[in-house]
Ligand binder design. Structure first.
Ligand code: TRP
Ligand code: SF4
Length: 406
């Protein structure tokens, strides 16, 4: 499960490919989680437009349109641009630079054995995916993560292998390039940035650990670093390493952070997904939502109103699990198995709940849609912040790889 390792970077990073309007599956599976995380961690959320090109290079117009619609959907869902940094991958060229540099040290076999590689190629047979870009997809994703020294990567199950590859690449990089050359001087400089009182405390705790093996002092010093908001993540890494007498890890190994939300069912009982045509889009109007829910299939055993059914065999039941309380679920159980309620009656509380949920989202979407300049500015600001953060890592990476000319 999701546990934070001490000393782990507290920065969150996640991305989404722009492939059309978002639906309730994205909302319950991803966006609600982002909204929650943005209050607890420093968050970077981005639109993976290059990743979309790896599979959709033949229809670029879809990407362009989807990018802005997707930003609006994020904002409508409650992602707060004042708290989280929102940006577009292709506006931060450092991702591409790191991708190129990492490609030098990544064995081909690591990419070839990522499970999604062969699976996706087989699943998307109508596209020619025997491209260099597609093979490199997970490494580009690795660069997305490593360029921010992100520690936590909220993703779905299907992405865990990519985060795992990212860890291996980071480990290999750190192994090959290890300590930065002028490590001690840089670490000392970073201690200075902690502030007078904390710098003194840090030095004392470090000595206590290095000279007497005092583990409590080590833990206290780590906590001190974790709390500190004045120093960059690069300096933080340096000081974590310096505490134990080692070098600074240039790249940070991230952890996948699986979303706690239940999987959102689709209208046909399968997972909600655009490719199944079983979605409710965040911006479907109320009439459309009602119609979709009213006509969705139920337990096939209930041909007539008087036939009893079994919620376990009904695609409506998982919706009750997402939207209803115990009392309503109990009412469904009893009413369905005894034919005491009709299916439309059973669906009504869900229809009501979805409409209420979407109303707030759609109102916000409407406001942002009316002000495209605001949306553009939010992203422009986010891209700038992202470039600044990414550049800090690149400075270290270039130096480590012998490219730190000045
Ligand atoms: N591959 C991810 C997906 O399809 C999107 C993505 C790209 C991503 N880069 C990332 C997710 C970095 C997390 C971190 O969903
Ligand atoms: Fe499904 Fe509800 Fe109808 Fe039972 S009563 S079959 S749970 S819609």
């Amino acid at each position: 499960m999701n546990t934070v390792i001490p000393g782990q970077s507290q920065r969150v990073l996640s991305g989404m490919r722009p492939t059309g309007r978002l639906h309730l599956g994205h909302y319950h599976g991803v966006l609600k989680n982002w909204v929650h995380l943005q209050h607890e961690y420093e968050c970077f959320f981005f639109i993976a437009d290059w990743h979309a090109l790896t599979t959709h290079y033949e229809d670029p117009h879809v990407i362009e349109e989807s990018v802005w619609e997707m930003v609006v959907d994020w904002l409508a869902a409650g992602v707060d641009p004042n708290t989280a940094t929102l940006f577009i991958q292709s506006r931060v060229p450092q991702h591409a630079e790191l991708h190129t540099l990492l490609s030098m040290i990544t064995p081909l076999s690591w990419l070839e054995r990522v499970p999604s590689y062969k699976d996706q190629q087989a699943a998307l047979k109508d596209r020619d995916l025997s491209t260099y870009g597609f093979l490199g997809y997970p490494l580009l994703q690795g660069a997305d993560i490593l360029v921010y020294r992100a520690g936590l990567v909220p993703v779905g199950e299907d992405q865990v292998a990519h985060v795992e590859l990212t860890r291996e690449v980071a480990r290999r990089f750190n192994h090959l390039y290890g300590r930065e050359p002028d490590y001690e001087a840089r670490a000392e400089e970073a201690v200075g940035k902690l502030g007078k009182k904390n710098a003194k405390l840090y030095r004392n705790l470090r000595t206590a650990f290095l000279e007497k093996g005092d583990h409590e002092a080590l833990a206290t010093a780590r906590a001190l670093l974790e709390r500190n908001k004045n120093i960059t993540l690069g300096d933080k890494e340096r000081l974590f390493g310096y505490l134990e007498g080692g070098g600074k890890m240039i790249l940070t190994e991230p952890q996948a952070w699986l979303s706690p939300a239940p999987k959102m069912p689709g209208l046909d009982g399968r997972k909600m997904s655009k490719s199944y045509g079983n979605t409710i889009a965040l911006r479907d109007d109320p009439a459309k939502v009602q119609k979709k829910l009213k006509t969705m299939p139920t337990d096939p055993a209930r041909v007539r109103r008087s036939d009893p059914g079994d919620p376990k065999k009904c695609p409506v039941w998982p919706f009750h699990q997402v939207y209803s309380d115990d009392k309503t679920r109990d009412w469904v159980q009893k009413g369905c198995t005894s034919a005491g309620i009709g299916c439309l009656e059973c669906k009504q509380p869900i229809i009501d709940a979805v409409l209420v949920e979407l109303q707030e989202i759609q109102q916000r979407a409407e406001e942002y849609s009316r002000d495209p300049m605001l949306v553009r500015n939010i992203i422009a600001d986010g891209c700038k912040q992202a470039r600044d953060a990414a550049e800090q890592t690149l400075v270290d990476v270039r130096a480590a790889m012998g490219l730190g000319y000045s």
